[in-house]
Design a protein around this ligand. Sequence first.
Ligand code: 5GP
Length: 194
Amino acid sequence: MVSSVRNGNLFVVSGPSGAGKGTLVARLVQEVPDVWVSISVTTREPREGEVDGVHYLFVSDEEFQRLVDDDGLLEWATYDGNRYGTPRKGAEEHIARGDQVVLEIDVQGGFQVRERFPSAHLVFIEPPSLEELEARLRGRGTESDEAVAARLAAAKVELSRKMEYDIRLVNDDLEEAVAALTAYVNEQAEKTRG
Ligand code: 5GP
């Protein structure tokens, strides 16, 4: 007999800025009812259109430091001069409640999560090519030339570590990538049913 609930699990989704993680995760939420996506805290300035409490919790350096000191973050990292972190409480509560908790974070954060939660599943989203990644970053129009250059440099470092992730998905065809991510999350979650 199949029981009606599956246990909570932790998923990390990483990959270069511009690889399409956000779009994929937004689609995952529509496809899998028990997925819960963590909202990170960051010291970065909001981009146009970003809403505090929706895209990120935008905080000052002092507020971020307080969270670090109080052990309020599950992981955190510095990316292009700004700090980003995962609030511990929400993620832990949702795992305990049986949700499939998704963290959209960089590779430095991904490896910290693996250290602390060896059962976490690490998914790496790859762009079809570096040229395509650069075109997407520039086309987005939200970043200065300096920020695009910093993100491309970070992308090369992130790509060099992709083999350490549990699974790699190339975001070439969006529908195929959504289907692959959905299948992976469901497959891992089903193993914990019962
Ligand atoms: P962006 O400035 O483009 O929103 O994010 C820059 C990078 O920081 C992306 O790779 C994004 O996934 C990552 N990031 C966002 N939130 C977190 C977080 O809470 N922790 C870590 N380690 N990285 C994060």
